[in-house]
Design a protein around this ligand. Structure first.
Ligand SMILES: Cc1ncc(COP(=O)(O)O)c(C=O)c1O
Length: 382
């Protein structure tokens, strides 16, 4: 099996998460809305998980709305909480995940006023440029991702939140990549709503949450009374239990995890920077401890990825393939990186199942590929 180095895409489930979920997969599991003993057991499991999530995030349990993941959480926020009839703007950024950008496009197509802030060349939303657009704009919503999934760059959410009137403007952050990797305490942050996903922190895929202490104007999914009428449908009990366990582990391990991941990243980056011409995007500004987004100028990203895959390393590129055409990352484009370099981008995202040796061996393999790749691959970047 390959060494898995793509934890920002999804992370393997923690063994204790699997153990916690097992009884809810193997045995008869009641519907949490049922009054009999099975139902009561399921309800109690869901509420314990809610309390764990609330403890990790420093919020009330009542604020936690379980969803199918980060995408649904963002959609619920953007479609359920904004005033569609209002001309008051929604302010977000060009470097959001598609789970924010796509619903924003829909809102824009419906006539809403959406303003997207630009990043600076380091990949942080540019505060100077933002000031004139945000201050006095009478925005109804400010939605800024906490840490970018590609670069890992942590965004100046607090400084941006200080530019709006929080009595009338909701501040939301898509913290899908941050939660579980860096400390995140809502009681200390000027943020009213947060989206995140279990599978980025060692929980199962297909479950996440929107955390917000208000009722939506309308539910995104209407049906039963579940989640206090904010999200209808029978709860994903096993998934929610898994999310609760992952949240508990993240709370207990966060300091150690942060230090451990940083050690791997620093070891890798020290070796990477020894390769002539290597570029690390977002270097020099605060980044997630596990993420390196980099490019080697004369080596096409997808080609290197295939070589690395063959050599037993699983990583992601920074480009998206649409209709057989490879496009550079929208994040790098917004940062002003030229398309040729952007098409070479590769993302390494470490996890707790990686060792220092994995980081060293990956860097050594890159060096070896650079030394030995045939000229045709060198030309591919041209
Ligand atoms: C920043 C960010 N937001 C949202 C999502 C979507 O999460 P999910 O796949 O759980 O819907 C992701 C997933 O990569 C992400 O990185």
């Amino acid at each position: 099996m390959s060494v898995y180095l793509d934890h920002n895409a999804t992370s393997p489930m923690h063994p204790e998460v699997i153990e916690a979920m097992m009884p809810y997969l193997q045995n008869p599991v009641g519907n949490p809305s049922s009054l009999h003993s099975y139902g009561r057991m399921a309800r109690s499991a869901v509420e314990s998980a809610r309390a764990e999530v609330a403890q990790l995030l420093g919020c009330d349990s009542a604020a936690v709305i379980f969803t199918s993941g980060g995408t649904e959480a963002n959609n619920l926020l953007l479609k359920g909480y904004v005033d569609h009839a209002s001309r008051r703007p929604i302010i977000s950024s060009e470097i959001e995940h598609s789970a924010v950008l796509e619903p924003l496009k829909q809102l824009q197509a419906e006539g809403m006023n959406v303003v997207l802030l630009k990043p600076n060349p380091q990949g942080q939303v540019d505060l100077e440029a933002a000031r004139s657009l945000v201050t006095g704009a009478d925005a109804q919503l400010l939605s800024i991702l906490y840490a970018n999934n590609e670069t890992g760059v942590i965004q100046p959410v607090e400084a941006l939140a200080a530019m709006v009137d929080r009595d009338v403007c909701l501040v939301h952050s898509d913290a899908t990549q941050a939660i579980g990797k860096i400390p995140f305490d809502l009681s200390q942050l000027p943020i009213d709503a947060v989206s995140f996903s279990a599978h980025k922190l060692g929980g199962p895929q297909g479950v996440g949450a929107l955390v917000i202490n208000r009722k939506p104007r309308q539910a995104l999914i209407s049906g039963g009374d579940q989640e206090n009428r904010r999200r209808g449908g029978t709860e994903n009990v096993a998934g929610i239990v898994g999310l609760g366990k992952a949240a508990q582990i993240a709370r207990l391990e966060i300091t150690h995890k942060q230090q451990y991941l940083l050690q791997l990243r620093e070891s890798f980056e020290a070796r990477l920077t020894a390769i002539p011409g290597s570029v690390i995007f977002g270097q020099g500004v605060p980044r997630l401890p596990n993420t390196t987004f980099f490019a080697l100028p004369y080596y096409h990203g997808e080609t290197l990825l295939m070589e690395l895959d063959r050599a037993g390393f699983a990583l992601s590129s920074g480009s998206a393939c649409h209709s057989m055409v490879t496009e550079p990352s929208h994040v790098l484009k917004a940062m002003g990186v030229d398309d040729t370099l952007a098409l070479n981008a590769i993302r390494v995202s470490f996890g707790m199942d990686n060792s220092l040796q994995d980081a060293e061996q990956l860097a050594a393999k890159l060096q070896e590929l650079v030394d030995r790749l045939p000229p045709v691959i060198r030309q591919a970047a041209g």
